[in-house]
Design a protein around this ligand. Structure first.
Ligand code: G1P
Length: 293
């Protein structure tokens, strides 16, 4: 099996119901944090990890994602004619020339496990990454996926990005219990999808970053409907644990839960404070605002 991760799967077929009505006509992955859609942050993280094939699992009303990563011929011509070279560069650089994008339509939204399974014809017999764009992860030095790819190159086994959450929040995540380890990664002993706090084996939550060996596809095929009546990736990973080691990795970086309205707002404010053109004026504004409350 290859030791190098070259492909990333982006499941983007979800209905985005938590953001209705904003997501009635556009996918939640196209909601912008300041001036970039969530899906672009996710793709940039994959590119920074050395990944060159982006596999989008799309659904209905997701054409804007395809358009975003395609050449915008008319817009480019217009910007060229107006000599707007910086903007032209900005839109041309959305995907670097060495990166390919593949779009697979998931005709029924049957769950995350099913979405990942839809990528099987493109992935073949290679390990691959999965990135959920609504978990936006920032790291000043290296991206989360770059850290995971580096670990994969040493360990050659499936890896899940994890983070401690408040014990009251376990029902929103896949939760793992790990064995002892002196390193930043530890072997997973138990994984359960969205347990109630009183049933959770720990408060170590899986965030939307996975490196999986292709053995996962057989496991998904065998999985029935799990939590919420969906084919859950978590259940297939639980089955994978019977055959292979799977590591939980506490990455470096800050995660923003952009799948929730509060997390989305926090990400927006903090990215506003990081934005090179906006940060000073925005900070002044926030200082004035806080004095009012
Ligand atoms: C999915 C996974 C869950 C994981 C979470 C991370 O849930 O099923 O195991 O912890 O992503 O964001 P979702 O948030 O799509 O309901």
């Amino acid at each position: 099996m290859s030791r190098i991760i070259t492909k990333a799967v982006f499941p983007v077929a979800g209905l985005g119901t938590r953001f209705l009505p904003a997501t009635k006509g556009i996918p939640k992955e196209m909601l912008p944090i300041v001036d970039k859609p969530l899906i672009q942050y996710a793709v940039e993280e994959a590119v920074a990890a050395g990944i060159d094939t982006m596999v989008f699992i799309t659904g209905r009303s997701k054409n804007s994602i395809t358009d975003h990563f395609d050449k915008a011929y008319e817009l480019e011509k217009e910007l060229e004619a107006k000599n707007k070279t910086e903007l032209l560069k900005l839109i041309r650089d959305i995907v670097p020339p060495h990166v390919s994008c593949v779009f697979i339509r998931q005709s029924e939204a049957l769950g995350l496990g099913h979405a990942v399974y839809c990528a099987k014809p493109v992935i073949g017999d290679e390990p691959f990454a999965v990135i959920l764009a609504d978990d936006l992860i920032e790291d000043a030095d290296r991206g989360c996926m770059a850290q995971m790819v580096e670990l994969y190159e040493q360990k050659n086994t499936s890896i899940l990005g994890v983070e401690r959450v408040d014990p009251s929040e376990t029902a929103s995540y896949g939760i793992v219990k790990t064995g002892e380890s002196s390193e930043k990664s530890a072997p997973i002993e138990i994984i359960v999808e969205k347990p109630k706090p009183e049933e959770a084996p720990s408060n170590l939550a899986v965030v939307g970053r996975y490196i999986l060996t292709p053995a996962i596809f057989d496991k998904i095929e065998k999985s029935g409907r799990g939590a919420g009546g969906e084919i859950q990736l978590t259940d297939a990973i639980a089955d994978l644990l019977n055959d292979e080691q799977v590591l939980a990795f506490e990455f470096e970086g800050r995660r923003y839960d952009c799948g929730s309205k509060l997390g989305f707002l926090i990400a927006t404010v903090e990215h506003g404070l990081l934005h090179k053109e906006l940060k000073d004026d925005f900070l002044d504004y926030l200082k004035k605002l806080t004095k009012k409350f």
